[in-house]
Design a protein around this ligand. Structure first.
Ligand code: NDP
Ligand code: OXD
Length: 308
């Protein structure tokens, strides 16, 4: 039997190298090497061509190369087999580092100091201490919870918002849409770590920004479709938001002519907040392949009805 790498997968040769170590008896194929589609038992995917997963009659698991699965669920013609995602401590660590860096850059005003340096200006800028800078995290899953806990140890008051109720030490937890305005009203920094689903699509919009305290800061490292871009530009122009750190965009790569590139209040990175590392994640992929082959239960299975 064989595993196919399907779609726009980063570092396919690293994946093949790592998977071959653990799945030594299994052929790992690129899409271009496919000959006998009936031999494919598992597909490792990122942004596969729509409908392409239906060509494998013996497919028994679909594995996302990333933590998010919106790129799989966007396909209306998915075969009815389990979908699993990557949950890797090295990715979780990267995401927490990313958010902590962005929070500290805002709270310690390092971006403003960088601007002053370009002007040869020696000037003191008042900064709020951590304990007066509450951080709100949308999404208290694997990534949101770790980020919340690490920021809490730095002294930031933390609040988090999820779909179902949670109890996390050091985090003021809110759940459900009715609590969103109250949650937002206490966030000096708003971090989005939600999965992209029909419910969370465009959640970072003008109404959300108006519910934040004036001068709040936005960090979006979840998905570009969470953000209504025009509403962000308006909120930055009006001063409702002080700035934004963005890792993800509706169109990636971000088009050259996009207004975000040159915006003085926006800091950007090219979807690198938490990259999947094949060297650590391949073990999970191999386990999913072996367990599904043996008819055993799988870990990190996506619930299609809730979209994550
Ligand atoms: P999880 O599935 O572990 O957590 C998702 C969280 O979002 C849960 O707390 C869930 O609530 C909450 N949630 C989902 N829907 C709603 C809703 N309608 N209302 C309120 N809360 C909701 O995901 P991860 O933490 O592993 O990852 C989150 C996302 O981060 C990924 O889906 C991906 O898009 C993005 N990501 C981005 C990366 C990057 O490099 N920029 C890298 C990796 C991931 P509940 O707990 O109640 O279920
Ligand atoms: C992911 C990502 O979902 O990198 O893992 O965006």
């Amino acid at each position: 039997m064989a595993v196919v790498l399907l779609g726009d997968i980063d570092s396919p040769t690293d994946w093949i190298h790592e998977l071959t170590k653990t799945l030594s008896e299994t052929e790992i194929l690129l899409e271009s090497e496919l000959q006998d589609v009936s031999r494919i038992e598992a597909a490792l995917t990122w942004m596969h061509p729509l409908g392409s997963l239906r060509q494998f009659p013996n497919l028994n698991v679909i594995i996302s190369t990333g933590a998010g699965v919106d790129h799989i669920l966007r396909d209306p013609q998915l075969p009815d087999v389990p979908i699993v995602r990557i949950v890797d401590p090295s990715m979780t660590m990267q995401m927490s580092e990313y958010v902590i860096l962005a929070v500290l850059q805002f709270q310690r005003r390092s971006l403003n100091y960088q601007t002053l340096q370009t002007l040869n200006r020696w000037e003191y800028l008042p900064a709020k201490p951590a304990n007066s800078c509450p951080i709100g995290i949308l999404g208290l899953g694997v990534l949101g919870t770790d980020t919340a806990q690490k920021l809490s140890t730095l002294g930031f008051p933390i609040r988090g918002w999820s779909r179902t109720p949670k109890s996390i030490p050091g985090v003021d937890c809110f759940s459900g849409w009715t609590t969103l305005p109250e949650f937002l009203s206490g966030c000096q920094v708003l971090v989005c770590l939600l999965p992209l689903t029909p419910e969370t699509d465009s959640i970072l919009n003008g109404e959300t920004f108006m519910a934040l305290p004036q001068g709040a800061y936005l960090i979006n490292s979840a998905r570009g479709q969470h953000l209504v871009e025009a509403d962000l530009l308006a909120a930055l122009d009006s001063g409702q938001l002080a700035g934004a750190q963005l890792d993800v965009f509706r169109t990636e790569p971000l088009p050259m002519e996009h207004p975000f590139w040159a915006h003085p209040k926006i800091t950007m990175t090219p979807h690198i907040a938490a990259r999947t590392v094949p060297a650590t994640a391949a073990v999970q992929v191999a386990e999913a392949v072996c367990r599904s082959r043996a008819g055993m239960s799988l870990e990190h299975v996506v619930q299609r009805d809730r979209g994550y």
